[in-house]
Design a protein around this ligand. Structure first.
Ligand code: NAD
Length: 705
């Protein structure tokens, strides 16, 4: 009789005397405006139907709701009534029992909706979370007020401030969970509903409970101190504590108002805006422009890794953890053994730390097949090469792969600096060749630059993007150029740091200015970690290739350092010195002396350089190169560049990446600062010409985003 769907996102159905409201809006049952409207209409319909004695709200077994529909952020729909608090109020004030049946993911607004129901049943493995803190917010639809009433202030704060998911069975015995459902979720929920009706149980409302705590003052003081220590630069975690304090001290409705105010303050603040940008940027990065609708990824069930060095062994770990059988190949037994040992050590350490069960580790390690023979690669669907960074070596490897790999196998190179198109041309199947540039340590760093060669096939690109998801990497597509997106941009950043060292700043002053800005590591500490000899080797090669080229005098500083064998952490000295086996960078007078002598020899009178100048010159150098990268179509979109810098280079997430940062500063202001540098600083003429795209956007009053 009735139409079974409401607003296209909800199925409404009567099961005897129980109205079932099924949320059905793939992929995440987001609480879009249509969904919010639909829930209200469905509840109203159930209320007005005399046959209905109870209401069950359910999603699928895998998904109740993942919360707000992030696609609505920044559009009027996000503020269109009914907003979530109004929807929840309709549920809470319903005169008929409302039961949420939670299977799978129940996050953010989805959980807040469930908390507004009178009863909750869930499958044991359902995952409950309030992850708003991860995008710089607090729950804003009563979550911070209802959750402490249901599970206690401390457990609620832990959940809200961490944003981590908790399996439903942990809530057994609390007012949060009325019943665990083993077996079919909907059937379990229906029988629970009938029981509630039969017993005439009073409706339970979280708002009617009070939060009790034996020592609220002491607890809040402790919570604030520990949260503050962990959340420098991020305002949301401390606001979580404020919200819990409101739940402890205020009547429910006043608590809701306090929560709403905290939420709104955060929502419009720069950190939350940056984190929302990043959330959307990460998703956008996975989309490949210009891909036909009919393009399908190839199956990847077996992987080969060539080279078991630093990168190869780390790359292999990713695949083993994802449960994908992996062959790892070396030329010499010792090198193979070393790589395999590194892999085993990794799993052993995870087990020792309690992060991984021993059997699971065993199962994952057993997916590894070490070999010296290319015969073992004949069945591989994807091969990733991570051998020495030397074109001749790459050539021999790719020629061999071309001979032994099955047709359709994807052939990827982890090269950082070599021309992917040349590598592809070593094979008779350049369409199957793609770059997969991992970052070190490859099993830890989230970023993967996927390098699209001139002839890389669309389905190969798509395959790598999907593989990236399986191994939990954030993939960004880069065109072929020297250094791809990330390393190409870092060149200018390091150059400016070196120039300022020559001009008068100290190593520590430069690093500390950028670390205060939020970079995980200043340029000199970063260079010590990566190895100063890498740049030295590149410079030596370039000089040999082009002996007449002129180099800025500041480069001598880096050369002198390397001539003294100060390669960085691995040799115990670099721009800093390191205690034996230690990682903390200690100031070293030898370096100050080296710098002093250099300035003297070059006739440089050192000047005071402000932290503001240090930050601007290093960060705007990133921005300017980023603009060129966009212009040349090397990056698909500005937000991809932000993703590269946040996930691969320690750029502060709360600033949203270099391109968003430039947007915030204002592109006209960025351009003017750069013009200033071009006139005033040494070598400014040569290095500070504004990228045309930046100049154009600045003059039009536009932004990168
Ligand atoms: P590495 O020296 O640690 O490892 C290279 C391994 O390849 C060695 O174990 C060597 O025995 C093996 N090998 C050499 N020739 C081989 C061949 N013909 N067949 C099979 N194995 C062979 O070097 P790495 O740091 O792991 O770098 C590997 C690749 O990854 C390079 O292309 C490098 O540019 C790139 N890369 C390195 C980093 C990094 O930070 N180290 C980051 C990104 C990309």
């Amino acid at each position: 009789s009735d139409s079974p769907t409401i607003m296209n996102v909800i199925h409404f159905e009567l099961r005897d005397a129980v109205a079932v409201i099924r949320l059905d809006s793939p992929p995440v049952n987001g609480l879009s405006h249509a969904m919010r409207t639909g829930v209200v209409q469905a509840v109203r319909r159930a209320e007005s139907d005399a046959k209905v004695a109870a209401i069950v709200i359910v999603g699928t077994d895998k998904l109740f709701s993942a919360g707000a529909d992030m696609r609505e952020f920044g559009t009027p729909a996000v503020l269109a009534e009914p907003m979530l608090p109004a929807v929840i109020s309709v549920l809470e004030t319903s005169t008929k029992p409302v039961i949420s049946a939670i299977g799978g993911t129940c996050m953010g607004g989805g959980l807040e909706l469930a908390l507004g129901c009178h009863f909750r049943v869930a499958t044991p493995g359902a995952q409950l979370a309030l992850p708003e803190v991860k995008i710089g917010l607090i729950p804003g639809a009563g979550g911070t007020q209802r959750l402490p009433r249901l599970i206690g202030a401390e457990a609620a704060l832990n959940m809200i401030v961490s944003g981590e998911a908790v399996p439903a069975d942990r809530f057994a015995g609390t007012p949060l969970l009325d019943q665990l459902v083993h077996g079919d979720l909907l059937e379990g929920a229906l029988s629970f509903a009938r029981q509630v009706v039969a017993e005439g149980r009073p409706l339970k409302r979280a708002r009617d409970l009070t939060v009790v705590h034996a020592k609220p003052d002491a607890y809040l003081l402790w919570a604030r101190n520990s949260v503050a220590a962990m959340s420098r630069h991020y305002p949301a975690p401390l606001k979580c504590v404020d919200a819990i304090e409101a739940a402890l001290r205020l009547p429910f409705d006043e608590g809701l108002q306090a929560e709403a105010k905290l939420f709104i303050d955060l929502y419009s603040g720069p950190e939350a805006r940056a984190l929302r940008h990043l959330f959307l940027a990460e998703r956008a990065a996975g989309r490949v422009e210009g891909l036909g609708r009919d393009v399908q990824a190839r199956d990847v069930n077996q992987v080969g890794v060539i080279g078991a060095g630093t990168m190869g062994s780390g790359i292999a770990i990713n695949f083993l953890v994802a449960g994908i059988p992996t062959v790892i190949l070396e030329t010499r037994q010792e090198a193979l053994d070393r790589g395999v040992k590194h892999i085993h050590d990794y799993f052993e350490a995870r087990v020792k730390k309690g992060k991984l069960k021993a059997e699971r580790a065993m199962a994952q390690v057993s997916l590894l097949k070490p070999t010296l023979s290319y015969d073992d690669l004949s069945q591989a669907d994807l091969v990733i090469e991570a051998v020495f960074e030397d074109m001749a070596v790459k050539q021999s490897v790719f020629e061999t792969l071309d001979r032994v790999c099955k047709p359709g196998a994807v052939l990827a190179s982890n090269t950082s600096t070599l021309d992917l198109n040349k590598i592809a041309a070593f094979t008779r199947r350049p369409q199957d060749v793609v770059g997969a540039h991992f970052f070190s340590p490859a099993n830890v760093m989230k970023l993967l630059e996927v390098v699209r060669g001139a002839r890389t096939a669309d389905d190969v690109l798509l395959t790598i993007m999907q593989v990236a998801k399986r191994i939990r990497k954030t993939a960004v597509i880069s065109g072929v150029c020297d250094g791809f997106i990330g390393n190409r941009m870092i060149g200018g950043y390091q150059r400016e740091a070196l120039f300022m060292l020559e001009e008068g700043a100290s190593v520590q002053q430069i690093d500390s200015a950028l670390e205060t800005f939020g970079m995980a590591m200043g340029p000199f500490r970063m260079s010590d970690l990566a190895g100063n000899d890498i740049g030295w080797a590149i410079r030596k090669r370039l000089r040999a290739e082009n002996p007449l080229a002129a180099w800025p005098s500041a480069v001598k500083l880096a050369d002198r350092l390397c001539e003294q064998g100060r390669f960085g952490q691995k040799t115990g000295t670099g721009w800093y010195r390191y205690a034996k086996g230690g990682r903390s960078a200690l100031a070293d007078e030898t370096v100050d002396e080296l710098v002093r002598l250099h300035r003297e020899a070059e006739g440089v009178t050192p000047r005071q350089i402000s932290s503001a100048e240090i930050v601007q010159r290093c960060i705007f150098a990133l921005v300017n190169e980023g603009a060129r990268i966009l212009e040349e179509g090397i990056a698909q979109r500005a937000s991809d560049i932000d993703v590269v810098y946040i996930f691969g280079y320690g750029f502060p997430a709360y600033r949203g990446g270099p391109m968003l940062y430039a947007d915030r500063v204002g592109l006209l202001a960025v351009e003017r600062a750069m013009e200033g540098f071009s006139r005033t600083v040494k070598e400014g003429q040569a290095y500070w010409s504004t990228a045309p795209t930046l100049a154009r956007l600045a003059s039009q009053g536009k932004t990168f985003s």
